[in-house]
Design a protein around this ligand. Structure first.
Ligand code: KG4
Ligand code: ZN
Length: 336
C-alpha cells in the first residue's frame, strides 16, 4: 500500500512516500528553522505561510524521488494534531485536496503517535507492546504502547517539555534557535559535575516529570554570572544541563518498563537525538538486560515518513477522515 504523507505541525514541511508502512520510498523535508532563528523561536504565522509556499513543490519532489505516479497513491495520511493550528491546517487542507482529487482515503494521524512509529521504520522487527519515552519540543511523556493504535500515557511533564527546556537554555547561552543540537555539541567538551542542577520529582506520581525548575536554574546561573562579571564555563553548564535532563528521563523510563514488565524500551522525538540521553539509555538498557530502540537522528525530529508509517497502522485499524477533518492544537495520544 502506497501512502503519501504530510507533516506541517511546526516549522518543518515534510512529505514522504511510504510502502506498507515501514518502507520509505521518499522523505522530503523543508526546514524553516533559519526563518525563525531571528526571532529566537517559531513564529506561527511565518510557519503557516512558508508551509503554503513549499508544500506543493515538495510533494512533487517526493513523488519524483519515489518514482511513484499520482495514480499509484493508495491513501493520503496527514498530521492533524497536536501542533500549531495554522501550520497544521495547511497540511490538512492540502491533504484533503489531494485525497479528493485522487479519490483515495484520507487518514488523520496524531503527530506524537507518529514519532513513536519512527521506531518501526528503524527497526523492522519491532512490534507492540513496548514502552516508549517521547521527548520533543512540545511533549515529554512515557507511553505504554499496547498496540499500533492503542496506547496509554503513564507519565508526562507537568510543565515544560524537554525540548522546550533545551531551547530555552540554549537561548540564554546565546546558542540560537533551535537550541538542542548546539547545546549537545557544546556539552561534549564540558564537565557535567561543575554545575549542580535540580532533578525534580513529583510526589505520588513517579513517572511524571517537571523541567521548569531546571530551566529557571540555568537562567539564574547565566544572569548571576553576567551581573557579577564572572566567566561562565559554558560547555560544563551545557554538560551539567544534559545530565540533569537525562537523569530525569532515563531512570523513570526504566522504572516504568520494570513496573509494566516490558523488556522493550523505545525512545522517540527530536530530543532523542541527544548524545547524552542516547548513551545513558544504552547503559541503562544494557544493565537491565532490556532491548533499546532509538531511531537514527534523521528519524528523531519531525519527518513525513513517520506520518506515513503510523498512517498505515491507523488505516489498518479503520481510521478515515473526510472533508470535515479539522486540526487540533492539543490532543492526547490516548484520547482518540
Ligand atoms: O520532535 P521535534 O522535531 O519537534 C516537535 O514535535 O516538537 O523536536 C524538536 C526539539 C527541539 O526542542 C530541539 O531543540 C530538540 O528537539 N533537539 C534536541 C537535539 N536535536 C533536536 N535536543 C537535545 N539534543 C539534540 N541533539
Ligand atoms: Zn514532532
Amino acid at each position: 500500500m502506497i501512502i503519501l504523507s504530510i507533516e506541517s505541525s511546526c516549522d518543518e514541511t515534510a512529505i514522504a512516500v511510504t510502502k506498507d508502512g515501514r518502507t520509505v520510498l521518499a522523505d522530503e523535508i523543508f526546514s524553516q528553522a533559519d526563518m525563525h532563528a531571528l526571532y529566537g523561536g517559531v513564529v506561527p504565522e511565518i510557519a503557516s505561510r512558508n508551509h503554503i509556499a513549499v508544500i506543493s513543490r515538495l510533494t512533487d519532489a517526493a513523488l519524483n524521488k519515489a518514482k511513484i505516479a499520482k495514480k499509484e497513491i493508495d491513501a493520503v495520511a496527514v498530521a492533524y494534531a497536536p501542533g500549531l493550528i495554522g501550520a497544521l491546517l495547511v497540511g490538512v487542507n492540502f491533504a484533503k485536496g489531494v485525497s479528493m482529487s485522487l479519490g483515495v482515503p484520507l487518514i488523520p494521524v496524531h503527530h506524537i503517535r507518529a514519532h513513536i512509529a519512527a521506531n518501526y521504520i528503524a527497526y523492522p522487527e519491532l512490534e507492540p507492546p513496548f514502552l516508549c519515552l517521547v521527548i520533543s519540543g512540545g511533549h515529554s511523556l512515557i507511553a505504554d504502547v499496547r498496540g499500533y493504535t492503542e496506547m496509554k500515557i503513564i507519565g508526562s511533564t507537568r510543565d515544560d517539555a524537554a525540548g522546550e527546556c533545551f531551547d530555552k537554555a540554549a537561548r540564554v547561552l546565546g546558542l540560537g534557535y533551535p537550541g538542542g543540537r548546539p547545546m549537545d555539541e557544546l556539552s561534549k567538551t564540558g564537565d557535567d559535575t561543575v554545575y549542580k542542577l535540580p532533578r525534580a520529582k513529583i510526589d505520588g506520581s513517579p513517572y511524571d516529570m517537571s523541567f521548569s525548575g531546571l530551566k529557571t536554574s540555568v537562567v539564574n546561573i547565566v544572569h548571576n554570572a553576567e551581573q557579577k562579571g564572572e566567566t561562565l564555563d559554558k560547555p560544563s553548564l551545557a554538560a551539567s544541563f544534559a545530565a540533569a535532563v537525562s537523569d530525569t528521563l532515563v531512570p523513570r523510563t526504566m522504572a516504568a518498563a520494570n513496573e509494566l514488565g516490558y523488556n522493550k524500551v523505545a525512545v522517540a522525538g527530536g530530543v532523542a537525538a541527544n548524545s547524552r540521553i542516547r548513551s545513558d539509555f544504552e547503559k541503562a538498557a544494557n544493565a537491565a538486560g532490556k532491548k533499546l530502540y532509538v531511531p537514527p537522528l534523521s528519524l528523531c525530529g519531525d519527518n513525513g515518513a513517520m506520518i506515513g508509517c503510523q498512517g498505515y497502522y491507523e488505516f489498518l485499524a479503520g481510521k478515515r477522515a473526510g472533508p470535515e477533518l479539522n486540526a487540533f492544537a492539543t490532543m492526547d495520544l490516548d484520547s482518540i
